[in-house]
Structures are given as structure tokens and as C-alpha cells.
Design a protein around this ligand. Structure first.
Ligand code: 13P
Length: 253
């Protein structure tokens, strides 16, 4: 059985006090109300990671994640954060290749392949983001385009390592727009990506990989999305900034 995961990507939101408050609320509401086995990952800005880790109870289903890491191990890279640093403050998941980073920071498939390898070396689970723009969707080439993103960054991995990856499909046209992909559109992509992985590796390996959906996922639409056979959870932006909404989404399995 692959893992059910709901990850909150806070992006560049919440100062320290607000981050503490949001995390405390998530921990408390989850403890009282969350009845399923979903894993909740909170991905705050780097500067909050060390403090927030101390709030998370040992045996809870809440995990700490970061929104990025650098693609070199260490050295003279002013302002960057290494996988070793993340590991040392208790980070267990790291989002890589978000479309905002690909677009605004020119991240390449090759750099994402390097980040993936470095993360796996220290035992952090990469949440690998992929997804097409509206122009690509309208051209009808979206399935091949997203499959290619996965091929370029992940298909050098061994059969053992590919199974440690979490994939997040986030159509760019659905991010922060309130315009979610329909469950049929999301399921079509997720099934396509799973088959794509099965062709390079095996069906069994493909069945073990959690594929999350992201893009205007909210308490109203999560149930229908998560009911799809190949959708194993969500990567949540705006709705992860409200504790109640985030937990309601996690309860939607
Ligand atoms: P929204 O949920 O705000 O659309 O953002 C999705 C996202 O980019 C998560 O990484």
C-alpha cells in the first residue's frame, strides 16, 4: 500500500510567530480529529524549520519538510541551504522542482536530478514537482511533456531509489488560480505517469510510488480528487495556511 500524504507548501508566507501558531493549531487539531493514517507534511520557510521541529510530537503522523535545497553538497554558495543542514534539523521531506522555482529561479532538470540524489543520500524524501503550463495543455501535449520532466530528472535512479520518491503533479494553470484540474484530468495524468514509470521500471515499483495532486486543492474538492485510483494525496498551497482547511483536506481520504 502506498502512503497517503497531504503536504502543505507555505511558500513565502508566515512570519515566525504566525508559523508557530499555525503549526501548533495543526498539531492540536490533528491529534483530536484526524482519524485516518494520512501523513501530514508541513513545509515552512527554511528559517522556521529548526524551531517548528521541536513542536512536533515524536509519535505523531506530522512530518517536517522544506521547500527547496541546494544542488551541491557544501561550500562557497552564499545564501544556499544544503541537504546536510536540512537533515540536521529533522527535515524528512523536501519539495523540489516546484514550477515557481523552475520559472523564477531557472531550475533545470539536471539540477533537480542532482538535488534528488543528494536528498536520498541523507535519507530525505524528495517531493518531486512536475506539471504543464496552460499553453502546453491546450497544445494537447501535456501528458508527454510531464512524463518527460520525470524522465529527465528521475530515471537515472536505481530500482531501489525510485521507490523513495514522492511525485507531485501540479498543473501550472491550476496553481493559486482557484481553477483546479477536474478529477478526471488529474486522474488521467496520474495514471499516465504511473504507466510511464512502469515501462522504465516495473508495474510493482510504479504501484509503490505516491503521486500527489496540487493546484487549488481545497476542503471542497479534495474528497473527489482523493477518491481517484491514482491520486494519493495533495500538495496544498493557499489552503495549507489555514489549520482547519489543511486538516479537513487530510480527512478527505
Ligand atoms: P495552491 O494550492 O495555492 O493552488 O498552490 C498549489 C501549490 O503550488 C503547492 O505547491
Amino acid at each position: 500500500m502506498r502512503k497517503k500524504i497531504v503536504a502543505g507548501n507555505w511558500k513565502m508566507n508566515k512570519n515566525f510567530e504566525e508559523g508557530l501558531a499555525l503549526t501548533s493549531e495543526i498539531i492540536n487539531i490533528a491529534k483530536d480529529e484526524l482519524k485516518n493514517q494520512a501523513i501530514l507534511v508541513i513545509n515552512p520557510p527554511f528559517i522556521h524549520l529548526n524551531s517548528l521541529q521541536k513542536l512536533i510530537p515524536q509519535n505523531s503522523n506530522i512530518r517536517l519538510g522544506s521547500q527547496n535545497c541546494y544542488h551541491q553538497k557544501s561550500g562557497a554558495f552564499t545564501g544556499e541551504t544544503s541537504v546536510d543542514m536540512l537533515k540536521s534539523v529533522g527535515v524528512q521531506y523536501t519539495i523540489i522542482g516546484h514550477s515557481e522555482r523552475r520559472e523564477y529561479f531557472n531550475e533545470t532538470s539536471e539540477q533537480l536530478a542532482q538535488k534528488t540524489k543528494l536528498l536520498l543520500e541523507v535519507g530525505i524524501t524528495p517531493i518531486f514537482c512536475c506539471g504543464e503550463s496552460l499553453t502546453i495543455r491546450e497544445s494537447g501535449k501535456h501528458l508527454e511533456y510531464v512524463a518527460q520532466q520525470i524522465t529527465e530528472s528521475l530515471f537515472d535512479l536505481s530500482t531501489e531509489d525510485i521507490q523513495k520518491i514522492v511525485i507531485a503533479y501540479e498543473p501550472i494553470w491550476a496553481i493559486g488560480t482557484g481553477k483546479t484540474a477536474s478529477s478526471a484530468q488529474a486522474q488521467e495524468m496520474h495514471a499516465y505517469l504511473r504507466t510511464h514509470i512502469a515501462h522504465t521500471y516495473t508495474q510493482e515499483i510504479a504501484e509503490n510510488i505516491s503521486i500527489l495532486y496540487g493546484g487549488s486543492c481545497n476542503p471542497q474538492n479534495a474528497k473527489e480528487l482523493f477518491a481517484c485510483a491514482d491520486i494519493d494525496g495533495g500538495l496544498i498551497g493557499g489552503a495549507s495556511l489555514k489549520s482547519r482547511d489543511f486538516i479537513t483536506i487530510a480527512q478527505s481520504f
